[in-house]
Design a protein around this ligand. Structure first.
Ligand code: GTP
Ligand code: MG
Length: 439
């Protein structure tokens, strides 16, 4: 089974977009869904929004609205409905029956896009796993899902009744299979991360299309795909990022987030997102020129929490400032996020500032110590150098005094070692005063 759903012989289907009205009640609440539709190669023929207090358990929307939706679908000759909500299996089934064309919910659409974009073997397996888990409770009478899954595009092909034969048991077996294969990748990722334990790890995270890959390319000299479309990146890439004053720093570019990212998808992409979870510092890249800055930032925070990265130090980075004409708007953003850095990955504006902020962060995570080592203890001297970065040394006829910059995570080890060797270890200040409080 493959994740790639594109079929050259099938012309792109057209859809009616449906969603719940936001506070303004305008159709612009569907703009993001339209972007997602475009990413899935689906044309948009019409839009319908409804203000709805509480969804109905049977059809999500009331019978009057169902009729309106059906009429709009007919009038636009639409072949499917894309709903900007998550539907229960029963709701999707009932709505599909009532409207007369397939009703695809937000989760399914996002998984479809991921399936199209997945290029690496791991990403393909991850998407397939998410799709199967999503499909499992929907198998009953849901030949359309199987059909789509088998390569029919988003609701473009006729049903294949015999696909009903694919039953729970087979799907479950396949899920087990995929999980086993993905575990191999997971172990590999763990090994890679362990092997890089001495390097400082910075991860780019943020809403889709905010410029993470563009920034990654600029900072590391890579040539990742960076294009104006949703979910351009689905795998993780890591490269050295040369930052003055910061030894061995590696940067990861990874998959973008979106509001209500399907739960199964987040779970499946666990290994890919591991780079974020394992990072020492997350750069939260925000498209400051976008229309819904606050909402998308919240969605990113939620996802970071979901993947267990909520406690990682995060630096907010407002990108695409070259597109902002209204300085008041930018100022308002900065007032709301005082520590943020303002950049343009396109023009390069602010990148030096970003580097120095990152370097300063890592310096703040270290302390400087002075160790006094008797001159004849050459081996101890060499070992000290392995526990931290040597800043200076000063010798007389008896002793060598070395100043070491030590990461917080290694301080306990350094102290234990010095005690066991009977060496004098003291907090130190360094001349330029940049690093250490000395207490
Ligand atoms: N004007 C402007 N455009 C930018 C800037 N940074 C990125 N872009 C554009 O924004 C679009 C998305 O850029 P990407 O780097 O692919 O975004 P991404 O965050 O990696 O997207 P995903 O991989 O989909 O999550 C591309 O068309 C970029 O050229 C910027 O600073 N200014
Ligand atoms: Mg990208």
């Amino acid at each position: 089974m493959k994740g790639e759903l594109h079929d050259a012989e099938v012309r792109p289907p057209v859809a009616v977009l449906f969603g719940r009205a936001g506070r303004t009640g305008g159709e612009d609440v569907l703009d993001e869904l339209a972007g997602l539709a475009e990413a899935a190669d689906v044309g948009v023929a019409g839009r319908l929004v409804q203000s709805l207090q509480r969804p109905l358990s049977a059809t999500y929307i009331g019978s009057g609205k169902v009729e309106e939706l059906r009429d709009l679908v007919k009038a636009c000759h639409a072949e499917l409905v894309l709903a900007d909500v998550d539907l229960s299996p029963a709701q999707a089934r009932n709505l599909t029956k009532a409207v007369g064309v397939r009703v695809v919910d937000r989760s399914e659409l996002i998984m479809d896009i991921f399936a199209r974009r997945a290029r690496t073997a791991q990403a393909k397996l991850q998407v397939e796993l998410a799709q199967l888990k999503y499909m499992l409770p929907r198998l009953r009478g849901q030949w359309v899902h199987l059909d789509r899954y088998r390569g029919g595009g988003v609701g473009t092909r006729g049903p294949g009744e015999k696909q009903l034969e694919t039953d729970r048991r087979l799907v479950n077996k396949r899920i087990g299979d995929l999980q086993a294969r993905l575990e191999v990748y997971e172990r590999r990722t763990q090994l890679n991360l362990a092997g890089r334990s001495s390097a400082r790890k910075v991860a780019l995270a943020g809403y889709t299309n905010t410029g993470k890959s563009t920034l990654f390319n600029r900072l590391t000299g890579a040539d990742r795909l960076a294009v104006n479309r949703l979910f351009a990146t689905l795998d993780t890439r890591t490269r050295k990022w040369p930052v003055p004053g910061c030894e061995e720093l590696i940067l990861s570019d990874t998959v973008g987030f979106v509001a209500s990212l399907p739960h199964h998808l987040v779970a499946s992409f666990h290994a890919t997102l591991e780079e974020v979870v394992e990072a020492d510092l997350v750069l939260h890249i925000v498209d400051a020129s976008g229309p819904h800055v606050r909402e998308s930032m919240e969605a990113v925070m939620t996802t970071l929490k979901d993947i267990g990265a909520a406690d990682i130090e995060t630096l907010c980075v407002f990108n695409k400032v070259d597109l902002i004409a209204d300085t008041m708007e930018l100022q308002a953003l900065l007032n709301a996020h005082p520590g943020a850095v303002v950049i343009s990955a396109r023009t390069g504006q602010g990148l030096e500032d970003l580097s120095s902020r990152v370097a300063a962060f890592f310096v703040s995570q270290t302390q400087v110590f002075q160790i006094t080592i008797p001159i004849e203890r050459g081996r101890a001297l060499a070992l000290a150098g392995e526990l931290g970065e040597l800043i200076s040394s000063d010798a007389d006829t008896q002793c060598v005094r070395v100043c070491l910059r030590v990461e917080e995570s290694r301080i306990a080890r350094l102290k234990a070692w010095a005690a066991s060797e009977g060496l004098l270890l003291e907090p130190a200040r360094i001349e330029d005063g940049a690093a250490n409080s000395g207490d």
